[in-house]
Design a protein around this ligand. Structure first.
Ligand code: G3P
Length: 217
């Protein structure tokens, strides 16, 4: 499973990229707002750090506007994936932009039918939002499983990009189902390394090591 980082915080991206943990980045208008930076400036910097797909989101509501914004965002760097919402107009924009050979990430997906339409429209990535479904007492992870089954039934090439990931369990579950990509905040990716038994085991080893009086260096 590829790891995308869901942030516009370039320091956090750099730290994870140095460990080889970053296959791409996803941003959205809320994350750009949180960064406090200009969309072009921060997106360009992200594209310099990461060679994989970097999603930059359009904000127009009509297809024509999304297409124009998408072409503009694509000028930032060769690895831009244009993010459009899963609306009828978003699907039209996806069809046109993917037809031009651009990467398109169709976002705000909350149903299997929406994912089916995005694949038909030539999306490079479909972004089902797990956490936001969980927030309203639905099962975000079962949507990932449904889309996996549907795409596999017909051999759709659109990659399932599990989004709105809030916990380390979401990461493991998405990987078990076979999501192609998971995008998560840096804190979730770092938390994947933690286990209380690791900490307890380390503490025990260090106590015993101290008793030996030895040194490695
Ligand atoms: O990738 C989409 C993601 O940014 C949404 O996450 O936590 O705002 O639902 P969240």
């Amino acid at each position: 499973m590829k790891f995308f980082v869901d942030t516009a915080d370039t320091d956090a991206i750099r730290e994870l990229a140095e460990l080889g943990m970053v296959d791409g980045v996803t941003t959205n208008p809320s994350l750009i707002m949180k960064s406090g930076r200009d969309i072009r400036e921060v997106t360009r910097e992200i594209c310099e750090i990461v060679s994989g797909p970097v999603s930059a989101e359009t904000v127009a509501l009509d297809a024509e506007g999304m297409i124009a914004e998408g072409r503009e965002l694509a000028k930032i760097a060769d690895n831009i994936a244009i993010k459009v919402p899963l609306t009828w107009d978003g699907l039209k924009a996806c069809k046109v932009l993917s037809g031009e050979g651009r990467m398109v990430n169709v976002t705000l997906c909350f149903s299997a039918n929406q994912a089916l339409l995005a694949a038909k429209a030539g999306a490079t990535f479909i972004s089902p939002f797990i956490g936001r479904l969980d927030d309203i007492n639905l099962d975000g992870m079962s949507l990932i499983a449904d889309i996996r089954q549907i795409y596999d039934n017909y051999g759709f090439q659109t990659e399932i990009l599990a989004a709105s990931i809030r916990s380390v369990n979401h990461m493991a579950e998405a990987a078990k189902i076979g999501a192609d990509v998971a995008t998560a905040p840096p804190a979730v990716i770092k938390a994947m390394a933690s286990h209380p038994l690791t900490d307890r085991g380390l503490e025990g080893f260090l106590k015993d090591w101290a008793k030996t009086g030895q040194k490695i260096l």
